[in-house]
Write a protein that binds this ligand. Structure first.
Ligand code: PGA
Length: 267
């Protein structure tokens, strides 16, 4: 049994403002009862839909949070195409997804830029969901653990070189880690519960070594990669899996509603 379960959806480049409103009104029709205690829902939506989704979510259930899919570490400046913390705060957004594999793969995001974004946004008071994960070639070469530790290690190195400060700033449930094997994203291939649990235990060990057991135990570690209503319960029942980051199955209210219901069984 778990006390809290973090169910986060990532709409990627889908659902404009009208579709966002429609999503919430359809979800309202489907949802028979309030969420089970301990369920934390956040949806990461396209930038143009943030305000509409924020309003629709507030009407639906004030516990549902809306987040941005990326943001810059600087508060303002000449950074065409980027969003800043203050711009997001102005419209009431407090959650940001950082380092998603699609940003790393297609938009040149590096471990260093991921570190800067994470550090800058945590400093500005955001809750950051940091994505890490190995690709297929890395898994097949037996390098999964090494890649995860490299990705985490890069972020847990403060620019000031002061690691205890990184721990106290990061690990108060404002930093969540999403383990997403790249080969499982959008492919219908899911890591087996055992594969996911193993990777999550490596992440937990890393956090414990860096920041102590208590901080590690409190840090939510989410699994992502083809999570759907049919596999969510088994995945969520693994010891070190504290939630899910869901792409495809977060787009349709019917899928998302049954995914939330299915996951709630482990609470
Ligand atoms: P998927 O995407 O659920 O469609 O595999 C997950 C993600 O990219 O966060």
């Amino acid at each position: 049994m778990k006390k809290t379960l973090w169910l986060f959806g990532n709409w990627k480049m889908n659902h404009g403002p009208a579709a966002a409103e429609k999503f919430f009104s359809e979800w309202k029709q489907l949802r028979q009862q309030p969420f089970a205690a301990g369920i934390q829902v956040t949806l990461f939506v396209p930038a143009v839909s943030l305000a509409a989704a924020r309003d629709a979510a507030a009407k639906f259930d004030s516990a549902v949070r809306i987040g941005a899919q990326n943001a810059h570490w600087e508060k303002s400046g000449a950074f065409t195409g980027e969003l800043s913390g203050p711009l997001l705060q102005e419209i009431g957004v407090r959650d940001v997804l950082i380092g998603h594999s699609e940003r790393r793969q297609f938009f040149g995001e590096t471990n260093e830029s991921v570190r800067k974004r994470t550090e800058g946004l945590l400093e500005q008071g955001f809750r950051v969901t940091l994505c890490i994960g190995e690709n297929r070639a890395e898994r097949e070469a037996g390098k999964t653990k090494q890649i995860l530790l490299e990705q985490l290690g890069a972020v847990f190195t403060s620019s000031a070189g002061n690691e205890p400060a990184v721990c106290s700033r990061y690990l108060d449930q404002r930093l969540l880690i999403a383990y997403e094997p790249v080969w499982a994203i959008g492919t219908g291939l899911t890591a087996t519960p055992a594969q996911a649990q193993e990777a999550h235990s490596w992440i937990r060990e890393f956090l414990a070594e860096k920041c102590g057991k208590d901080a590690a135990a409190k840090t939510p570690i989410l699994y992502g990669g083809s999570v759907n209503p049919g596999n969510v319960e088994t995945l969520m029942s693994q010891q070190d899996i504290d939630g899910a980051l869901v792409g495809g199955a977060s787009l349709k209210p019917a899928d998302w509603n049954s995914l939330v219901l299915g996951a709630s069984k482990v609470l």
